[in-house]
Design a protein. Structure first.
Length: 119
């Protein structure tokens, strides 16, 4: 069965950096666009970043543009989210997602990893 396992979350002071990883198994990783979402307490889950199957195209939410970088290694079945200049508003549970490049549907989800940014 499909598994997406996030890691790399933790606590960091404002202005710091974290790198999230998401290891995928049970699917042909290179067939899927990969996404990162996040959900802060009391808020809805929101889109953070997307990367195409080959890694050639990336898309970011305005709130993270210029600070976050999504990348992938298809040989390792892993997608990454490099987060720099973190702000307290970035505090959330971050979720990895595998999506259909054809329909845009968000198909598979990880369990999430907590990121806490203190001021």
């Amino acid at each position: 069965h499909v598994q997406l396992v996030e890691s790399g979350g933790g606590w960091v002071q404002a202005g710091g950096s974290l790198r999230l990883s998401c290891a995928a198994s049970g699917l042909t990783f290179s067939y899927y666009d990969m996404n990162w979402f996040r959900q802060a307490p009391g808020k809805e889950r929101e889109f953070v970043a997307r990367i195409s199957q080959s890694g050639g195209t990336t898309t970011y939410a305005d709130s993270v543009k210029g600070r976050f970088t999504i990348s992938r290694d298809n040989a390792k079945n892993t997608v990454y989210l490099q987060m720099n200049n973190l702000k307290p508003d970035d505090t959330a549970v971050y979720y990895c997602n595998a999506g259909s490049s054809r329909t845009g549907a968000y198909l598979y989800w990880g369990q999430g990893t907590q990121v806490t940014v203190s001021s």
